[in-house]
Design a protein around this ligand. Structure first.
Ligand code: F3S
Length: 405
Protein backbone atom coordinates (compact mmCIF):
# COMPACT_ATOMS: atom_id res chain seq x y z
CA UNK A 1 0.00 0.00 0.00
CA UNK A 2 1.44 3.34 -1.05
CA UNK A 3 1.93 5.96 1.68
CA UNK A 4 3.10 9.52 1.06
CA UNK A 5 6.06 10.85 3.05
CA UNK A 6 3.68 12.75 5.29
CA UNK A 7 1.58 9.62 5.93
CA UNK A 8 4.75 7.63 6.73
CA UNK A 9 5.82 10.32 9.18
CA UNK A 10 2.46 10.10 10.97
CA UNK A 11 2.72 6.30 11.02
CA UNK A 12 6.18 6.60 12.59
CA UNK A 13 4.80 8.81 15.36
CA UNK A 14 6.08 12.12 13.99
CA UNK A 15 2.80 13.87 14.84
CA UNK A 16 2.17 12.27 18.21
CA UNK A 17 0.89 9.00 19.62
CA UNK A 18 -2.82 9.70 18.95
CA UNK A 19 -2.43 10.34 15.23
CA UNK A 20 -0.01 7.42 15.03
CA UNK A 21 -2.69 5.07 16.43
CA UNK A 22 -5.25 6.42 13.97
CA UNK A 23 -2.85 5.95 11.06
CA UNK A 24 -1.97 2.43 12.24
CA UNK A 25 -5.67 1.59 12.12
CA UNK A 26 -6.12 2.95 8.57
CA UNK A 27 -2.91 1.31 7.37
CA UNK A 28 -3.91 -2.09 8.84
CA UNK A 29 -7.35 -1.79 7.24
CA UNK A 30 -5.81 -0.83 3.92
CA UNK A 31 -3.40 -3.79 4.00
CA UNK A 32 -6.22 -6.17 4.92
CA UNK A 33 -8.36 -5.10 1.97
CA UNK A 34 -5.50 -4.59 -0.53
CA UNK A 35 -6.06 -0.84 -0.74
CA UNK A 36 -3.74 0.87 -3.17
CA UNK A 37 -3.50 4.11 -1.13
CA UNK A 38 -5.34 6.47 1.18
CA UNK A 39 -7.75 9.02 -0.27
CA UNK A 40 -8.95 12.28 1.31
CA UNK A 41 -12.40 12.54 2.88
CA UNK A 42 -14.19 15.73 3.90
CA UNK A 43 -16.92 14.02 5.90
CA UNK A 44 -17.15 11.30 8.51
CA UNK A 45 -19.80 9.92 10.82
CA UNK A 46 -18.87 8.01 13.95
CA UNK A 47 -21.23 5.47 15.50
CA UNK A 48 -20.50 6.68 19.02
CA UNK A 49 -22.46 4.31 21.20
CA UNK A 50 -21.46 5.21 24.73
CA UNK A 51 -20.09 1.71 25.16
CA UNK A 52 -16.78 1.16 26.88
CA UNK A 53 -14.77 -0.01 23.84
CA UNK A 54 -15.66 2.95 21.61
CA UNK A 55 -15.03 5.45 24.38
CA UNK A 56 -11.68 3.82 25.15
CA UNK A 57 -10.59 4.25 21.51
CA UNK A 58 -11.59 7.92 21.40
CA UNK A 59 -9.78 8.59 24.69
CA UNK A 60 -6.70 6.75 23.44
CA UNK A 61 -6.49 9.04 20.40
CA UNK A 62 -7.32 12.32 22.11
CA UNK A 63 -5.09 11.64 25.12
CA UNK A 64 -2.31 11.00 22.61
CA UNK A 65 -2.79 14.54 21.27
CA UNK A 66 -5.00 13.78 18.25
CA UNK A 67 -7.83 16.01 17.10
CA UNK A 68 -10.05 15.57 14.06
CA UNK A 69 -8.92 16.91 10.69
CA UNK A 70 -12.55 16.41 9.60
CA UNK A 71 -15.02 16.99 12.46
CA UNK A 72 -17.28 13.92 12.32
CA UNK A 73 -20.94 13.88 13.24
CA UNK A 74 -21.85 11.30 15.87
CA UNK A 75 -24.48 8.72 16.67
CA UNK A 76 -26.70 9.19 19.71
CA UNK A 77 -25.96 7.98 23.20
CA UNK A 78 -28.61 9.27 25.67
CA UNK A 79 -29.83 12.58 27.00
CA UNK A 80 -28.51 12.36 30.56
CA UNK A 81 -30.15 15.62 31.70
CA UNK A 82 -33.68 14.81 30.56
CA UNK A 83 -33.89 11.04 30.97
CA UNK A 84 -32.52 10.93 34.53
CA UNK A 85 -35.75 12.78 35.51
CA UNK A 86 -37.64 9.62 34.53
CA UNK A 87 -35.29 6.68 34.99
CA UNK A 88 -32.78 5.40 37.51
CA UNK A 89 -29.28 4.78 36.23
CA UNK A 90 -26.20 3.78 38.14
CA UNK A 91 -23.33 6.11 38.93
CA UNK A 92 -21.14 4.02 36.60
CA UNK A 93 -23.62 4.34 33.69
CA UNK A 94 -23.81 8.09 34.14
CA UNK A 95 -20.04 8.39 34.40
CA UNK A 96 -19.55 6.45 31.16
CA UNK A 97 -22.02 8.74 29.36
CA UNK A 98 -20.20 11.83 30.66
CA UNK A 99 -16.80 10.37 29.77
CA UNK A 100 -18.02 9.60 26.25
CA UNK A 101 -19.34 13.12 25.63
CA UNK A 102 -16.16 14.61 27.06
CA UNK A 103 -13.82 12.48 24.91
CA UNK A 104 -15.67 13.22 21.65
CA UNK A 105 -15.89 16.93 22.53
CA UNK A 106 -12.14 17.10 23.15
CA UNK A 107 -11.28 15.32 19.91
CA UNK A 108 -13.32 17.87 17.98
CA UNK A 109 -16.41 15.87 16.91
CA UNK A 110 -19.66 17.63 16.00
CA UNK A 111 -21.94 16.23 18.68
CA UNK A 112 -25.07 15.79 16.58
CA UNK A 113 -26.08 12.57 18.40
CA UNK A 114 -28.15 11.55 15.39
CA UNK A 115 -28.18 8.16 13.67
CA UNK A 116 -29.51 9.26 10.26
CA UNK A 117 -26.88 11.85 9.33
CA UNK A 118 -27.47 11.52 5.58
CA UNK A 119 -31.02 12.84 6.05
CA UNK A 120 -30.05 16.23 7.51
CA UNK A 121 -27.06 16.57 9.81
CA UNK A 122 -24.27 15.42 7.46
CA UNK A 123 -25.38 15.05 3.84
CA UNK A 124 -22.74 14.02 1.29
CA UNK A 125 -23.18 14.81 -2.39
CA UNK A 126 -23.24 12.37 -5.30
CA UNK A 127 -19.86 10.64 -5.81
CA UNK A 128 -18.31 12.12 -2.65
CA UNK A 129 -15.89 9.84 -0.77
CA UNK A 130 -16.79 9.69 2.93
CA UNK A 131 -16.19 7.48 5.99
CA UNK A 132 -19.53 6.70 7.65
CA UNK A 133 -20.17 4.14 10.35
CA UNK A 134 -23.67 3.22 11.66
CA UNK A 135 -25.35 0.33 9.89
CA UNK A 136 -28.40 2.36 8.81
CA UNK A 137 -26.38 5.38 7.63
CA UNK A 138 -24.04 3.56 5.23
CA UNK A 139 -26.69 2.05 2.92
CA UNK A 140 -28.48 5.41 2.87
CA UNK A 141 -25.46 7.41 1.71
CA UNK A 142 -24.33 4.74 -0.79
CA UNK A 143 -27.69 3.64 -2.17
CA UNK A 144 -29.99 6.66 -1.88
CA UNK A 145 -27.43 9.48 -2.28
CA UNK A 146 -24.75 7.86 -4.45
CA UNK A 147 -21.94 8.96 -2.10
CA UNK A 148 -19.15 6.44 -1.42
CA UNK A 149 -18.50 4.87 1.97
CA UNK A 150 -17.36 1.49 3.18
CA UNK A 151 -19.11 -0.10 6.14
CA UNK A 152 -16.92 1.66 8.66
CA UNK A 153 -16.82 0.79 12.34
CA UNK A 154 -16.85 3.56 14.95
CA UNK A 155 -13.13 2.86 15.35
CA UNK A 156 -12.15 3.18 11.67
CA UNK A 157 -14.50 6.15 11.07
CA UNK A 158 -12.91 8.05 13.95
CA UNK A 159 -9.43 7.20 12.63
CA UNK A 160 -10.49 8.54 9.22
CA UNK A 161 -11.82 11.73 10.85
CA UNK A 162 -8.52 12.29 12.67
CA UNK A 163 -6.36 11.77 9.58
CA UNK A 164 -8.86 13.15 7.04
CA UNK A 165 -8.28 10.09 4.85
CA UNK A 166 -9.61 6.58 4.31
CA UNK A 167 -8.19 3.51 2.52
CA UNK A 168 -9.17 3.31 -1.14
CA UNK A 169 -10.99 -0.03 -1.48
CA UNK A 170 -14.50 -1.48 -1.53
CA UNK A 171 -17.33 0.95 -2.25
CA UNK A 172 -14.93 3.78 -3.13
CA UNK A 173 -14.17 2.00 -6.43
CA UNK A 174 -16.61 1.98 -9.38
CA UNK A 175 -16.50 -1.76 -10.14
CA UNK A 176 -17.34 -2.67 -6.53
CA UNK A 177 -20.55 -0.65 -6.62
CA UNK A 178 -22.34 -2.54 -9.38
CA UNK A 179 -25.17 -4.95 -8.64
CA UNK A 180 -24.55 -8.61 -7.78
CA UNK A 181 -28.08 -9.92 -8.29
CA UNK A 182 -31.56 -8.78 -9.33
CA UNK A 183 -34.80 -8.88 -7.36
CA UNK A 184 -38.27 -8.12 -8.69
CA UNK A 185 -40.60 -6.43 -6.22
CA UNK A 186 -44.34 -6.85 -6.66
CA UNK A 187 -45.33 -5.95 -3.09
CA UNK A 188 -47.34 -2.82 -2.26
CA UNK A 189 -45.19 -0.31 -0.38
CA UNK A 190 -47.36 2.26 1.32
CA UNK A 191 -45.35 3.38 4.34
CA UNK A 192 -41.81 3.36 5.68
CA UNK A 193 -42.85 0.33 7.75
CA UNK A 194 -43.49 -1.62 4.50
CA UNK A 195 -40.10 -0.49 3.19
CA UNK A 196 -38.51 -1.68 6.44
CA UNK A 197 -40.10 -5.13 6.10
CA UNK A 198 -38.98 -5.24 2.45
CA UNK A 199 -35.43 -4.39 3.60
CA UNK A 200 -35.62 -7.11 6.25
CA UNK A 201 -36.68 -9.73 3.63
CA UNK A 202 -33.97 -8.56 1.28
CA UNK A 203 -31.16 -8.52 3.85
CA UNK A 204 -31.73 -12.22 4.54
CA UNK A 205 -31.41 -13.00 0.82
CA UNK A 206 -28.56 -10.61 0.04
CA UNK A 207 -26.10 -11.18 2.89
CA UNK A 208 -23.38 -8.71 1.92
CA UNK A 209 -24.15 -8.72 -1.82
CA UNK A 210 -25.46 -5.69 -3.72
CA UNK A 211 -29.12 -6.11 -4.72
CA UNK A 212 -30.68 -4.44 -7.75
CA UNK A 213 -34.41 -3.96 -7.17
CA UNK A 214 -36.86 -3.68 -10.03
CA UNK A 215 -40.37 -2.56 -9.08
CA UNK A 216 -43.43 -3.85 -10.91
CA UNK A 217 -45.60 -0.98 -9.63
CA UNK A 218 -44.50 2.67 -9.68
CA UNK A 219 -42.90 3.74 -6.37
CA UNK A 220 -41.37 6.99 -5.21
CA UNK A 221 -39.68 6.38 -1.83
CA UNK A 222 -39.34 9.20 0.72
CA UNK A 223 -36.26 9.89 2.87
CA UNK A 224 -37.88 7.89 5.65
CA UNK A 225 -38.62 4.96 3.28
CA UNK A 226 -34.97 4.80 2.15
CA UNK A 227 -33.83 5.01 5.74
CA UNK A 228 -36.05 2.19 7.01
CA UNK A 229 -35.29 0.02 4.00
CA UNK A 230 -31.52 0.35 4.46
CA UNK A 231 -31.62 0.03 8.25
CA UNK A 232 -33.44 -3.30 8.06
CA UNK A 233 -31.43 -4.66 5.12
CA UNK A 234 -28.31 -3.96 7.20
CA UNK A 235 -29.85 -5.59 10.30
CA UNK A 236 -31.06 -8.88 8.84
CA UNK A 237 -28.16 -8.94 6.35
CA UNK A 238 -25.06 -6.84 5.73
CA UNK A 239 -26.30 -4.67 2.86
CA UNK A 240 -24.32 -1.44 2.55
CA UNK A 241 -25.13 -0.63 -1.09
CA UNK A 242 -28.19 -1.20 -3.28
CA UNK A 243 -29.75 -0.02 -6.49
CA UNK A 244 -33.39 0.68 -7.31
CA UNK A 245 -33.87 0.87 -11.04
CA UNK A 246 -35.09 4.29 -12.20
CA UNK A 247 -34.91 5.63 -8.64
CA UNK A 248 -31.43 5.62 -7.08
CA UNK A 249 -28.75 7.76 -8.74
CA UNK A 250 -26.46 4.99 -10.00
CA UNK A 251 -29.31 2.97 -11.52
CA UNK A 252 -31.00 5.06 -14.23
CA UNK A 253 -31.36 1.73 -16.06
CA UNK A 254 -30.89 -1.89 -15.02
CA UNK A 255 -27.89 -2.10 -17.38
CA UNK A 256 -26.22 0.83 -15.57
CA UNK A 257 -26.89 -0.83 -12.19
CA UNK A 258 -24.94 -3.90 -13.37
CA UNK A 259 -22.14 -1.75 -14.85
CA UNK A 260 -22.83 -2.84 -18.43
CA UNK A 261 -22.39 -6.52 -17.57
CA UNK A 262 -24.97 -9.12 -18.57
CA UNK A 263 -28.16 -8.49 -16.63
CA UNK A 264 -29.06 -11.68 -14.73
CA UNK A 265 -32.63 -12.88 -14.44
CA UNK A 266 -34.28 -12.09 -11.12
CA UNK A 267 -33.07 -14.31 -8.29
CA UNK A 268 -36.45 -13.93 -6.58
CA UNK A 269 -39.75 -12.04 -6.66
CA UNK A 270 -40.92 -10.37 -3.44
CA UNK A 271 -44.70 -10.19 -3.14
CA UNK A 272 -47.23 -9.01 -0.55
CA UNK A 273 -47.27 -12.59 0.76
CA UNK A 274 -43.49 -12.54 1.35
CA UNK A 275 -43.77 -9.31 3.32
CA UNK A 276 -46.72 -10.62 5.33
CA UNK A 277 -44.89 -13.89 6.10
CA UNK A 278 -41.85 -11.94 7.26
CA UNK A 279 -44.02 -9.67 9.38
CA UNK A 280 -45.77 -12.67 10.99
CA UNK A 281 -42.43 -14.27 11.71
CA UNK A 282 -41.13 -11.09 13.36
CA UNK A 283 -44.23 -10.23 15.39
CA UNK A 284 -45.86 -13.21 17.11
CA UNK A 285 -46.13 -11.64 20.59
CA UNK A 286 -49.41 -10.28 22.01
CA UNK A 287 -50.61 -9.29 25.49
CA UNK A 288 -50.21 -6.46 27.98
CA UNK A 289 -47.50 -3.95 27.03
CA UNK A 290 -45.45 -1.56 29.16
CA UNK A 291 -43.73 0.46 26.40
CA UNK A 292 -44.12 1.74 22.85
CA UNK A 293 -40.75 2.79 21.48
CA UNK A 294 -40.40 4.56 18.12
CA UNK A 295 -37.47 6.19 16.38
CA UNK A 296 -34.87 3.57 15.48
CA UNK A 297 -33.49 5.10 13.24
CA UNK A 298 -34.40 8.50 14.66
CA UNK A 299 -37.81 9.90 13.70
CA UNK A 300 -38.01 12.95 11.47
CA UNK A 301 -40.41 15.85 12.04
CA UNK A 302 -42.79 14.37 9.45
CA UNK A 303 -42.95 11.13 11.42
CA UNK A 304 -43.78 13.07 14.60
CA UNK A 305 -46.70 14.59 12.69
CA UNK A 306 -47.79 11.08 11.64
CA UNK A 307 -48.00 10.07 15.30
CA UNK A 308 -50.27 13.01 16.09
CA UNK A 309 -52.47 12.29 13.07
CA UNK A 310 -52.89 8.60 13.91
CA UNK A 311 -53.42 9.22 17.60
CA UNK A 312 -56.30 11.56 16.65
CA UNK A 313 -56.72 13.03 20.13
CA UNK A 314 -56.81 9.68 22.01
CA UNK A 315 -54.88 9.40 25.28
CA UNK A 316 -52.18 6.77 25.85
CA UNK A 317 -53.09 4.16 28.49
CA UNK A 318 -51.78 5.24 31.91
CA UNK A 319 -49.85 1.99 32.37
CA UNK A 320 -48.00 2.26 29.07
CA UNK A 321 -45.01 4.50 28.42
CA UNK A 322 -44.74 5.97 24.91
CA UNK A 323 -41.33 7.22 23.86
CA UNK A 324 -40.23 8.62 20.51
CA UNK A 325 -36.52 9.07 19.81
CA UNK A 326 -35.93 11.78 17.25
CA UNK A 327 -33.25 13.97 15.76
CA UNK A 328 -32.77 16.88 18.18
CA UNK A 329 -33.60 19.44 15.45
CA UNK A 330 -36.95 17.70 14.95
CA UNK A 331 -37.58 17.76 18.72
CA UNK A 332 -36.73 21.48 18.78
CA UNK A 333 -39.11 22.15 15.88
CA UNK A 334 -41.81 20.15 17.62
CA UNK A 335 -41.29 22.27 20.73
CA UNK A 336 -41.52 25.55 18.78
CA UNK A 337 -44.56 24.36 16.86
CA UNK A 338 -46.19 23.11 20.08
CA UNK A 339 -46.44 19.63 18.57
CA UNK A 340 -44.39 18.33 21.47
CA UNK A 341 -46.69 19.96 24.02
CA UNK A 342 -49.82 18.62 22.28
CA UNK A 343 -48.42 15.09 22.20
CA UNK A 344 -47.29 15.26 25.83
CA UNK A 345 -50.86 16.10 26.90
CA UNK A 346 -51.85 12.80 25.29
CA UNK A 347 -49.11 10.85 27.08
CA UNK A 348 -46.43 10.79 24.35
CA UNK A 349 -42.87 11.80 25.24
CA UNK A 350 -40.07 12.54 22.81
CA UNK A 351 -36.35 12.87 23.36
CA UNK A 352 -33.42 13.85 21.16
CA UNK A 353 -29.81 12.61 21.18
CA UNK A 354 -30.80 9.15 22.43
CA UNK A 355 -30.47 5.57 21.18
CA UNK A 356 -32.75 2.65 22.06
CA UNK A 357 -29.70 0.62 23.08
CA UNK A 358 -28.77 2.51 26.24
CA UNK A 359 -28.98 1.71 29.96
CA UNK A 360 -31.67 4.34 30.65
CA UNK A 361 -34.32 2.03 29.17
CA UNK A 362 -33.58 -0.94 31.44
CA UNK A 363 -36.54 -0.35 33.77
CA UNK A 364 -38.84 -1.68 31.01
CA UNK A 365 -36.97 -4.96 30.65
CA UNK A 366 -38.89 -8.15 31.38
CA UNK A 367 -42.28 -6.97 30.04
CA UNK A 368 -43.54 -6.67 26.46
CA UNK A 369 -42.75 -3.61 24.34
CA UNK A 370 -43.99 -2.64 20.86
CA UNK A 371 -42.10 -0.88 18.10
CA UNK A 372 -42.40 -0.21 14.37
CA UNK A 373 -38.72 -1.10 13.87
CA UNK A 374 -37.28 -4.63 13.61
CA UNK A 375 -33.87 -3.09 14.36
CA UNK A 376 -35.19 -1.69 17.66
CA UNK A 377 -36.68 -5.09 18.57
CA UNK A 378 -33.42 -6.84 17.72
CA UNK A 379 -31.32 -4.63 19.99
CA UNK A 380 -33.82 -4.41 22.86
CA UNK A 381 -34.33 -8.18 22.93
CA UNK A 382 -30.59 -8.61 23.38
CA UNK A 383 -30.98 -6.48 26.52
CA UNK A 384 -33.81 -8.62 27.89
CA UNK A 385 -37.04 -6.98 26.75
CA UNK A 386 -39.33 -8.95 24.40
CA UNK A 387 -40.69 -6.75 21.63
CA UNK A 388 -43.50 -7.07 19.11
CA UNK A 389 -43.17 -5.29 15.78
CA UNK A 390 -46.19 -3.58 14.26
CA UNK A 391 -46.93 -0.82 11.77
CA UNK A 392 -47.25 2.65 13.34
CA UNK A 393 -51.07 2.72 13.42
CA UNK A 394 -51.11 -0.61 15.32
CA UNK A 395 -48.40 0.57 17.75
CA UNK A 396 -50.59 3.57 18.54
CA UNK A 397 -53.78 1.53 18.96
CA UNK A 398 -51.88 -0.80 21.33
CA UNK A 399 -50.60 2.20 23.32
CA UNK A 400 -54.14 3.51 23.78
CA UNK A 401 -55.42 0.11 24.96
CA UNK A 402 -52.30 -0.85 26.92
CA UNK A 403 -52.26 -4.21 25.19
CA UNK A 404 -51.55 -5.82 21.88
CA UNK A 405 -54.22 -8.17 20.52
FE1 F3S B 1 -30.24 4.85 15.94
FE2 F3S B 1 -29.65 3.43 18.05
FE3 F3S B 1 -31.46 2.56 16.36
S1 F3S B 1 -28.23 4.52 16.78
S2 F3S B 1 -30.70 3.30 14.40
S3 F3S B 1 -31.62 4.41 17.64
S4 F3S B 1 -29.93 1.30 17.39
Amino acid sequence: MYLTDEEKRILDGGEGAGKQKAMEMLYALGLTFDAEKLIPVKRAHVALSGQEGDTYWCELLVNGGATCAVPPTTNPYWDTNYLTKFFDVTKEELELADRTGDAYRRIGAKLTYHCAPGVCSNVPFFGEHVAFSESSATPYVNGALGARSNRESSVSALAAAVIGKTPYYGFHIDENRYGDFAVDVEADLESCYDWGILGHCLGKIAGNRIPVLRFKKPVRPTQEDFLYFGAEAATSGAVAMYHMVGITPEAPTIEAAFGGRKVPSAECVLTNKDLKDREDMLTPATGKINLVMLGCPHYTYNQLLDVERLLAGRHICNETAFWILAESGAVELAERSHLRQRLELLGVRMVGDTCIDEPCWKSFEGALGVTDSPKCAYYRERRGQPFAIRRLSECIDAAVKGRLD
